[in-house]
Write a protein that binds this ligand. Structure first.
Ligand SMILES: [Zn+2]
Length: 512
């Protein structure tokens, strides 16, 4: 007998419909699975036949063929176990063939016949909804995630036997457990950072124009504290962004437990030991990497100089394309990766330069340390801010620090101005202004032009560095509601170019 069960695979971060066909016929007893299968899918054969036996079903002494269709999509992951098991049970007459209409089945099974959770449930449910599917059988532990979208009937099953009894009409879906509404855990707020005016201002400008930000300063100056708080001053995600971000988290297996889609932008802070695959994604069972987990949010690289050059190099393509292409033997797939890059580093090996009371680094050591940052990354930093250790006066001073909500209101206003200004363009933020359009959108008056000319020669700027100052100045003007970029905006923007290496070395050098 022949049977069919609908299931789905994950391709990139999207669900793709897959059909499981099972055929049981006379002939030499055998069980084979075909259809362009990854090794873990081929192993489903052993898992499923043992699980069926342990669930009390005897495998027929016949020839069993299972095909996963269409054949041109490589099937990976363990989510095909349950549909394969149910297709076989239908082919041998345990389950009536007509119960699978408008139903999708996903889930892994273990040897005892229990159904285990799988990653990527949200994109599969989203695709099923899109295709007008009525219900979906999911592992009980994936129930909350499957019910997030709310339009499709979700049947949670704990075992093969549970699925069979549902499909043969003798199973009642247990009421959903009262979810203790995961009280939005305390989001870090900028009001918790005392002092550090310059650092906070740089963060505000960076978020307002979606500029990448480099923070240079001694340990304990609050660099990572500030980075963690960036999502709190960025506008909340809209529905489309929430969906993208949640799908990525789902495929990475990080979405469990949430009862609503999160509006808060992601913040990812991979360790400097991160591998290429950890950053970019991929693998035998493909998973998105850190750059995609930071999609619509912030990717923070602390201790930038400790990252391997290869890992930093891999940032380059997604920063231009806003997505990562993973090439595979059987074609390539894409993960979204649109993030704001924020990095932090010490000014020298010991961390205290230019405080010569504490820093004993030699000139050579200083040069070697700076040489470690790769140019492609530095090139992409619009703002580079040098910060000092917190002064005692700041720690003990005015306890009333501005809240993230207040800063966010200004950021949102500045973003709104950009949205209107660039309505007819293909980009939305000042950071994305192409060189050819800078003159049009950042017109300078005589005073400002003279000032920039002076800066250009005095600082020996590159064209790129010059454009960065203009783009950042545009954002500073937008933050204060100025239509034109004036000298004051430019002067402030110039302060955030401490990345030109010579700029943060004092003129007088002593000691070495
Ligand atoms: Zn030092």
């Amino acid at each position: 007998m022949y049977s069919e069960v609908q299931t789905a695979a994950i391709y990139g971060i999207d669900g793709v419909p897959i059909r499981v066909e099972a055929d049981v016929s006379d002939g030499l007893p055998a069980f084979q699975m075909v259809g362009y299968l990854g090794s873990e899918v081929r192993e489903a054969r052993e898992r499923v036949s043992t699980a069926l036996r342990n669930s009390g079903f005897s495998m027929p002494v016949k020839r069993i063929t299972v095909n996963l269709y269409p054949a041109d999509i490589k099937k990976s992951g363990t989510g095909f176990d349950l549909p394969v098991a149910l297709a076989i049970l239908t082919a041998i007459g345990v389950i009536p063939p007509d119960v699978f209409e408008e139903t999708v089945v996903i889930g892994e099974v273990n040897l005892q016949g229990n159904v285990c959770p799988i990653p990527g449930v949200l994109p599969i449910v989203a695709k099923a909804e899109e295709l007008g599917i009525k219900r979906i059988l999911v592992p009980a532990q994936n129930r909350v995630e499957a019910e997030l979208l709310g339009k499709i009937e979700v049947i949670p099953v704990e075992s093969i036997n549970g699925a069979v009894s549902y499909l043969t009409g003798t199973y009642e879906i247990p009421p959903r457990e009262e979810q203790r509404e995961a009280a939005e855990d305390h989001a870090p707020d900028f009001s918790e950072i005392k002092g550090q005016r310059v650092l906070k201002r740089a963060c505000e400008i960076a978020c307002a124009g979606m500029h990448n930000l480099l923070m240079i300063g001694p340990p304990g100056a609050g660099k990572s504290m500030a980075a963690k708080r960036l999502p709190s001053i960025l506008p909340e995600m809209d529905r489309k962004e929430q969906m993208e971000t949640s799908k990525i988290q789902s495929v990475a297996g990080l979405l469990s437990g949430a009862t609503t889609l999160s509006r808060r932008r992601p913040f990812r802070s991979p360790n400097h030991t991160a591998t290429l695959q950890g950053m970019a994604g991929g693998g035998t069972i493909p998973r998105p990497g850190e750059m995609s987990l930071a999609h619509n949010g912030v990717l923070f690289l602390d201790e930038l100089t400790e990252f391997s050059p290869q890992v930093l190099e891999v940032l380059r393509q997604p920063m231009e394309d806003h997505e990562i292409t993973i090439a595979r033997a059987n074609g390539s797939y894409r993960y979204p990766a649109k993030f704001m890059l924020v990095a932090a580093m010490n000014p020298c090996q010991c961390g205290y330069y230019p405080d010569r009371n504490r820093c004993r680094c030699t000139r050579r050591q200083l040069d070697r340390y700076l040489g470690r940052i790769s140019d492609p990354v530095i090139d992409r930093m619009d703002l580079a801010v040098g910060i000092n250790a917190v002064a005692f006066g700041e720690l003990s001073g005015d306890p009333k620090e501005e809240s993230s909500a207040k800063i966010r209101a200004r950021v949102e206003a500045a973003q709104k101005i950009q949205k209107e200004r660039y309505m007819t363009e293909s980009f939305r933020f000042n950071s994305a202004l192409p060189p050819g359009l800078i003159k049009r959108y950042v017109p300078l008056d005589k005073e400002a032009t003279d000032y920039m000319e002076e800066i250009f020669f005095r600082r020996n700027l590159t064209a790129r560095g010059y454009h960065k100052i203009l783009k950042v100045a545009r954002t500073i003007a937008d933050l204060s509601g100025k239509e034109r970029v004036d000298k004051a905006c430019l002067t402030e923007a110039v302060c955030y170019r401490s990345v030109e290496k010579r700029d943060w070395e004092p003129d007088e050098r002593n000691g070495d």
